[in-house]
Design a protein around this ligand. Structure first.
Ligand code: ARG
Length: 456
């Protein structure tokens, strides 16, 4: 049974029928479709379009369809084009021709937009939950080694000492922004298109505000043309998901480096690493590499959707059927990546000895310049003087902290005996007391702020 038999002399070509069909992927919207249909049936009842008995019977029929789906017992037919057609076809088998009244005043155009928004709202909540799990793992790792010193890098060159807690929490906050973005995407999805009909609205006096609150939407759309073709919410969701993927990719990239023999700062747990089929000595960070790789896939989903949307005239066009798979794929990808990443983090073994071995005194050159600046030397000048000190150490083939006081004083008379005390890494961390810095008390404060974001 096709939905438009009246006007057509011929059936759809079998291949064209398959080409048109979206059931294969939109069947996962069955719960949203049925929930929205039940609300619509109630709306029709309140508008006097359905009698109480008719509405009861339709709602009971829809609940039966839902139960069949839930049990994995729904029997799909060859001609079911999409989830909306399948649900209505089955409803009509259960309740008879009355089932045909459900679609009064409604179109698949406002129906699919409603279903998809409901799905996005749920997907935002679900992803956000997964992100919290990873954030808790980062917090646990950070608090276990809050002040364990390690080199910090810019341009991937050793720059200044930081601590494991500082580094780890540095990956917590991007995820906090991801959760914020998902909450905003959820809010933007929560505008109800139902009642927009195919494009021009509906002649049946259904109370859209009541529909919205019954379905958990916070607003109703203002323009029916816009409502049936607005997929901004889908792009917002995908951008949020992609940004999250990019953050996870950066975290992965850095852990891959840290786990390499060249750095050796961390050891991946066997449960999250793989071996090589040829090289017995290898332990590969496949889970992290795959996470980095998945970011490319997410970016592809986002750009694909934007390309689909860019040429569309107003109201529904079938191109819009292409909107769902990129989001489903993004959600499925992240539903797997996030718990795996939480596992990687919570089983990560640190090697503070390897980190310490890389904490060259040269990483404290800035602190030596600050020493001079605190004694009145303009910082630009102090920077130049310490540059000379560094060169001198290089010429002598010694580390920065091995220069004698007279040697320092030959560069600047401002240096006194306490200048040599600068080369203490823990003291250097402790000097950065400003909010966001490496000092233990600043880190404690940051940790508390992080914990407040993801209460158990
Ligand atoms: N399966 C379609 C989609 O996902 C449903 C809407 C179809 N509407 C139409 N006028 N052909 O977009």
């Amino acid at each position: 049974m096709s939905l438009w038999g009246g006007r057509f002399k011929k059936d759809t070509d079998a291949l064209a029928q398959r080409f048109n069909a979206s059931l294969n992927f939109d069947k996962r919207l069955y719960a949203e479709d049925i929930t929205a249909s039940i609300a619509w049936a109630r709306g029709l009842q309140a508008a006097g379009v359905l009698t109480g008995a008719e509405a009861e019977s339709i709602v009971a029929g829809l609940e039966q369809v839902r139960a069949e789906f839930d049990a994995g017992a729904f029997d799909f037919h060859e001609l079911d084009e999409d989830i909306h057609t399948a649900v209505e076809r089955r409803l009509t088998e259960i309740v008879g021709p009355l089932g045909g009244k459900l679609h009064t005043g409604r179109s698949r155009n406002d129906q699919v937009a409603t279903d998809f928004r409901l799905w996005v709202m749920r997907a935002c909540d679900c992803l956000s939950e997964h992100i919290s799990g990873l954030q808790r793992a980062l917090i646990a790792s950070a608090s276990g080694d809050l002040n364990t010193a390690m080199p910090g890098y810019t341009h991937l060159q050793p720059a200044q000492p930081i601590s494991w807690g500082h580094w780890t929490l540095g990956h917590f906050w991007p995820l906090a922004r991801d959760r914020q973005r998902l909450a905003q995407a959820r809010e933007r999805a929560a505008t109800l298109p139902l009642g927009s009909g195919a494009l021009a609205g509906s002649t049946f006096p259904v109370d859209r505000a009541a529909l919205a609150s019954a379905l958990g939407f916070s607003a109703v759309s203002q323009n029916s043309l816009d409502a049936v073709s607005d997929r901004d919410f889908a792009a917002d969701f995908l951008y949020s998901a992609t940004m999250l993927g990019v953050h996870l990719s950066r975290l992965s990239e850095q852990l891959i480096l840290f786990a390499s023999a060249e750095f050796g700062f961390v050891v991946l747990d066997d449960a999250y690493a793989t071996g090589s089929s040829l090289l017995p000595q290898k332990k590969n960070p496949d889970t992290l590499e795959l996470t980095r790789g998945k970011a490319g896939r997410l970016i592809g989903n986002l750009t694909g959707l934007l390309a689909t949307l860019k040429g569309l005239p107003s109201a529904y066009d079938k191109d819009l059927q292409e909107d769902k798979e990129p989001l489903f794929d993004a959600a499925d990808t992240l539903d797997l990546v996030l718990p795996v990443m939480a596992g990687v983090i919570s089983t990560l073994q640190l090697r503070p000895d390897k980190m310490a071995a890389r904490l060259q005194p040269a990483l404290l050159a800035t602190d030596l310049a600050d020493y001079l600046a605190k004694r009145g030397v303009p910082f630009r000048e102090a920077h130049g003087l310490v540059g000379k000190v560094v060169r001198r150490a290089e010429e002598h083939g010694v580390a920065l902290d091995e220069l004698s006081l007279p040697e320092l004083q030959s560069v600047s008379s401002v240096f006194e005996a306490d200048a040599l005390e600068i080369f203490d890494v823990q003291a250097a961390l402790a000097r950065r007391k400003l909010a966001g810095g490496t000092a233990p008390e600043a880190l404690q404060q940051q940790l508390r702020a992080a914990l407040a974001q993801v209460p158990e």
